[in-house]
Ligand binder design. Sequence first.
Ligand SMILES: [Zn+2]
Length: 296
Amino acid sequence: MKDPSTRRLLLVHAHPDDESINNGVTMARYAAVGAQVTLVTCTLGEEGEVIPPDLAHLAPDREDQLGPHRIGELAAAMKELGVTDHRFLGGPGRFRDSGMMGTEQNRREGAFWATPVDDAAGHLVEIIRSVRPQVLVTYDPTGGYGHPDHIQAHRVAMRAVELAAERAYRRDLGEPHTITKVYWNRVPRSVAEEAFARLHADADAGFVGIAPIEDVPGVVDDARITAEIDGTKYAERKAAAMAAHATQITVVGTNFVLSNRLGQPILATEYYELAQGAPGAPEGERERDLFAGVTG
Ligand SMILES: [Zn+2]
């Protein structure tokens, strides 16, 4: 694929902010070269914890207005990354944030976790058949770290990939389309360990504490990584996009904190595991481009 404008990348995420944390430099890099980058966010993140005290009134147990507020944060983040096509699955507010695993919000009507996978997947099939991406990025089967909306986003994305290609399925949703490559978000264990070691050594970082590595979604043994996207050039944009999610994230230099105020490094290189499709690099080597080997 020599002409970058024919490249179409679709990312499926659970909440506003996940895309910037996981794929900020990847999205910025492909958008900058003219590829079509489409983000689908499955919920508004209504159950998130609010960091700024002056916005605490938005919380679900008070005014319950965090969802609409986060639509604006996501739009600001996408501006930073240069991404113009961002959508909510089924439209804004169609599926609600399911809260942390084991809470009563999991079973609430309209909660993403409580929605049958095929119902939600139909909405994504419609987007896939219209955008016709060659590459899709989402989480692994654990959702990266076990949040029900992340697990469900994985299930819905994988099911939609299957259904979008099925000739007999819902022709009213568009012509069938086969996605060439599917990737799961990853962080190599050695990279996470090194970045956290640096953070621990930096006495001036000024955090109340440092997050455990287990808080980083998608950490696996290095051998499982099949692609790495060097986004050093876009690291500042990623940081700015993360900062745009101000109710959820505070950026401090090249690090950030979530509502638990524990420091985490911002990774300027992002990593992936090819879950479906043929690798575009020789065996034993990592791809440097998610479209490697994609022909049409
Ligand atoms: Zn999330």
